[in-house]
Design a protein around this ligand. Sequence first.
Ligand code: HAM
Length: 419
Amino acid sequence: MKFERPRGTRDFSPVEMAERACVEGGIADVVEGFGYARVETPMFEHAELFELKSGGDVSDKMYVFEDKGGRRVCLRPEVTAQVARMFASSLKVFPKPLRLYYAGPMFRYERPQKGRYRQFWQIGVELLGAQGSLADAEVIQLACECLESIGLEYELKVNSLGVLRGLMDELSVDSARQARVLGLIDKGDFAGARGLVGDTLLADIVGLRGSSRVLGEAGKMLEGYGKPVKALKEIEETAGILDALNVSYVIDFSVARGLEYYTGMVFEAGIEGLGAQKQVCGGGRYDNLIGLFGGPDTPAVGFAFGFDRLMEAARLQGIELKHDKKSVLVVPVNEQLTTEAARLAGELRRGLRGSGVSVMVELTGRKLSKSLTYASEAGLDYTVIVGDKELAEKKVVVKDLREGRQETVEVGKLGGFLL
Ligand code: HAM
């Protein structure tokens, strides 16, 4: 019987996994450097958690099923709602602000295409319990530093949903219609959005894009409208901090995001060349979600990278994803030395634990030349050849497969030599 992978899923080879680990490790280093601590949430949840506020764009795409106990559960389509749930129930007692991050698979029943999968990976951060522009700027700066640490070229777009929502409040657009309008803007259907609002001002604002100068233009257009002007002041402050932190960005009032829980600043990073799915990162402020989940009213802001898209972008931009882990094959020259080789490999492994060097032992009893061919074809770094003559002098021959050199090394100094 032959099986195919389910649509929208992928297998990853050891080579791909090594590259993914390299990028994930690099991002983890950066976010931990900002003081974010890793959390883990369940792969499935009560479907309602996401239905409440994540918005149709996400909840319509959920894998929902009834478990054997008759509960309506779903595979998680994202993690922000889970972190808000976790904060509302158990993390609220922690000193704030709380900086958290997560990495793992998400599930959305989408039409699969390049860069869009049904199982995909995100790495995200959530900053809980901090209000204001400095917190907004911190998460934007963090996203940029992650992208730069990989070596990626990208474009960052920042907006304030506070401006768009504030204006719609003043134009008496109710919250259900606001969600639909933002959904249309998110999809680039500005005419549809204008039709729903019945006022051209929103469409004019949404058309603004450029350096922080456009904030002044928006200010003039919004004169006399209290709420959106207040939100504009906040985004101006964030822009000022980003300038001081040397973060490059464009203000783009058409960034509406596909999720419903955002209340203020929103941002996205895109990478040219990825095609229709070029957005590699999205996030923003969501100050009402924790309260909605029964927790204390807590301001929050965060973002998530589409990890698979980052990998594709790195490939596209020719970024070499190498890790500095080394691998060694210990090979006995004859059958009598098999146990000795296994013993030596064990000793080496113990001595090198934590250094990132992996030590394997030849298992097949094949000829030395065949073992060496295997080691170089498998991309290993060294072979340690265990022979009678050398062993009598407590030595082994080490062949450096990358450089093509070999050297006789004392067994006692072998670990240090391989590092
Ligand atoms: P999101 O925009 O839905 O936001 O997803 C974040 C990123 O995940 C996207 O920018 C994209 O790169 C990637 N992504 C989404 N769907 C797919 C897919 N089907 N295949 C491949 N990649 C995909 C969120 O999920 C929010 N929870 C982000 C956030 C965190 N906001 C505040 N905190």
